[in-house]
Design a protein around this ligand. Sequence first.
Ligand code: G3P
Ligand code: MG
Length: 244
Amino acid sequence: MLELPRIIAHRGASASAPENTIAAFRAAAAAGATYVEFDSSLTSDGRPVVFHDDALDRTTDGTGLLAETSFEIIKHLDAGSWFGPRFAGELVPTLEEVLEALADLGLGFNMEIKPDRGREAETARMSLTAVADIWPTGAAVPLISSFSRASVAVAKDSGAPWPRSFLFDRRPEDWREIGETLALFGFGANHTHLDERQVAEIKDAGYRLSAYTVNAPERASLLFNWGVDAIFTDDPAMMLRSIP
Ligand code: G3P
Ligand code: MG
């Protein structure tokens, strides 16, 4: 059974280290977080790497689309310098490397399957296979999530044993049907579009609810008061200090 902590480090501790890098996951552990969120995406040749954007430009010294770039190119990119000189040489980690690092750090995780258009099923399959192969039995239960209904469906239909959540920006009209069809553990919502009534309805229907991305402690308190179970934050150290 998954006991979701209230504070989840979004892309690692991404306020203090470059997002979705091993440095960010180490920083999350140092901050006292117990769970991290990260994004799993495929290179052009189908290798799962931990990376958020469609394009390489914002967070690496590369250019173009991740989905159109081979792992041979990706593995040499600098994914740290954009954040600060002391992170120069930080790499785009493979999913395998991230899972091994999290196991070593004693962290649990929420893997967000982040497919490019057309590879929803493949991205889910490759990402779930890596978790099945690497994640130690008895370690913290992972949460598997996606904005892609097709990716979450693969997680369900593959028989993977981990709980699933469906992510949305604005709550879809058919959220109850989605929850039932995908046999969800919960939903992950953009907090800026959430209101108290929506939270109550989702909670009354028996789902866990997480909210992204919350970096103001006052907002986190309000969301928790409404009944939100967990927040994704870029600054887990600050949030853990502010929200006991
Ligand atoms: O999983 C919650 C959150 O990470 C979803 O949005 O764009 O930060 O991946 P994004
Ligand atoms: Mg994400």
